[in-house]
Design a protein around this ligand. Structure first.
Ligand code: ZN
Length: 493
């Protein structure tokens, strides 16, 4: 029997504002779509948190025995600077700035995105489609919405008519906004604005002569509006109605609201059964922002190369830190919080290592069946990873007592405990046992001290070929050297 048949999973649905019993449309299959990154810069740590929340959800569904088709797109066109319908395309702007092709920008940051997620031990999605690979599908959807009379063309651009749509549909139902309020709170359209109402959004934008990313369409050369790609790709790979749509909280409006409107205008059906939204990551109590400098990249955490950090942290520690918060809560990152997570992570890994070596007894002082179900209950309650981790630490406490000889465990229970810990720590939370970065790893420290000394000697002798070779070969092995005012330190990724 598949595990999901014995577990009673509830998820928080943003559409209803309630926790609901999870029942997929087709009994053992799940279709899940998550809005992916816009690949115009290195992946943001906040985005990593959002994607990690859905990676954990994907992992738990798989563990429960569902067949999951997980689609996470790459936005490589159509995302304009201010998320509204004006400003430059983010990718085209970067391409102009660096004087390279837009597709070079896309390639560079897609590679960075994949590398970062791999370090954090993400599972790849089942399909990772791109906006530029689905221009034809997007044009077909626009034609359909135009035919239904819910969009209009002006000078080679096509806009979605929100007011017309609202006559028979509830625009704003996901974000809890009312069209009347939105109209009352928006500025008047300027004379040169092509839209009929300020709430209307672009399905297709005419490309001005200087616009480098352009495709032919029935309305002339142009490019698709940002919201459209997700409707095109989710419908293509998951059908007109599918189980789960996820993304960051900030995408609820306008992006996800517009996705619902586009799909309903086309098919007359609500496209998604459960809308799941992940909350944001703050840094030292404040919103992360590139412009204020309150910002940190994943690579800086792995190397320790940022002033707010006292040291480097292994990707699994970062993952453990993120899993210690519920995905719907705001999580604040700081050096102290990472230090605390690092301690917790090693305590868990040490206990799992120690469990292998403990002596077997004739009785168990610990009710394994009850504890195991408590772990499932935590995950079944809208993927409550902090409660799950609290239960894992209850097991850690028992393992330590068994190791001391204060408690005992039978052979059978030991096997159940090992298997359950492996399931939740590795398969569901996605942690890896990265023992090599432990502070008490004396051998590694000794070897590294020797290599750093040899490199310093080479540099003193102006033998830069040798010093660079030491550094580069270590980088290949995943060891980063960091030169600071107190000498050279190292970190292991
Ligand atoms: Zn999207």
């Amino acid at each position: 029997m598949q595990l999901y048949k014995s577990q009673n999973l509830k998820v928080y649905n943003s559409l209803s504002g309630k926790k609901e019993i999870f029942e997929p449309i087709n009994e053992d299959h799940i279709g899940m779509y998550v809005c992916g990154p816009t690949v115009y810069s290195n992946v943001h740590l906040g985005n990593c948190r959002t994607f990690m929340s859905f990676d954990m959800i994907f992992r738990y569904f798989k563990h429960l025995g569902y067949k999951v088709r997980y689609v996470r797109n790459i936005t490589d066109a159509g995302h304009l600077e201010n998320d509204a319908d004006d400003g430059e395309d983010k990718i085209a702007k970067k391409a102009k700035l660096e004087q390279i092709e837009p597709m070079e920008v896309v390639q560079r940051y897609t590679v960075d995105f994949h590398n970062t997620l791999q370090k954090l031990n993400f599972l790849p999605p089942s399909i990772e489609p791109t906006a530029t690979g689905h221009i034809i599908e997007q044009i077909e959807i626009i034609k359909e919405i135009l035919e239904k009379g819910i969009a209009y063309e002006v000078n080679g651009s096509v806009y979605f008519d929100v007011v017309k749509f609202s006559e028979s549909n509830d625009y704003g139902k996901l974000s809890g906004r009312k069209l009347e309020d939105m109209i009352a709170n928006t500025r008047e359209l300027s004379a040169q604005d092509e839209k009929r109402n300020p709430q209307d959004f672009a399905l297709w934008k005419r490309a001005e002569p200087q616009h480098i990313m352009r495709w032919p369409s029935p309305w002339g050369d142009g490019f698709p509006g940002w919201h459209l790609e997700c409707t095109a790709m989710s419908t293509k790979y998951l059908g007109e109605t599918f189980d789960i749509h996820g993304g960051g909280m900030d995408l609820k409006f306008p992006h996800h609201e517009c996705e619902i409107a586009q799909a309903e205008a086309c098919t007359g059906k609500s496209p998604v059964k459960y809308w799941l939204h992940a909350n944001m990551l703050t840094l030292n109590g404040k919103k992360m922002s590139k412009s204020t400098g309150n910002n940190i990249y994943p690579s800086e955490i792995f190397s320790g190369d940022n002033d707010i950090l006292s040291k480097a942290y292994a990707p699994s520690v970062v993952r453990f830190f993120m899993m210690q918060a519920h995905y719907t809560s705001i999580l604040d990152l700081s050096d102290d919080a990472l230090l605390a997570s690092e301690k917790g992570y090693y305590r868990l890994m040490d206990a799992m290592d120690n469990l292998e070596k403990v002596k077997i007894g004739s009785t168990s002082d610990f009710d394994l069946a009850q504890w195991k179900q408590k772990c499932y209950d935590a995950m079944n309650d809208n993927f409550n990873t902090p409660i799950l981790i609290a239960h894992l630490f209850e097991a850690v406490k028992h393992i330590n007592l068994i190791k001391e000889g204060t408690e005992t465990i039978t052979e059978e229970d030991k096997a159940i405990l090992q298997q359950t810990l492996n399931t939740f720590a590795y398969d569901v939370l996605g942690l890896e046992n990265q023992v090599v970065v432990k502070d008490d790893s004396n051998t590694l420290d000794g070897v590294m001290d020797l290599l750093i000394e040899l490199r310093n000697q080479a540099r003193a002798n102006k033998d830069f070929a040798t010093s660079d070779q030491i550094r580069d070969k270590l980088t290949v092995l995943g060891i980063q050297l960091k030169d600071g005012k107190d000498g050279t330190s190292f970190s292991v990724n």
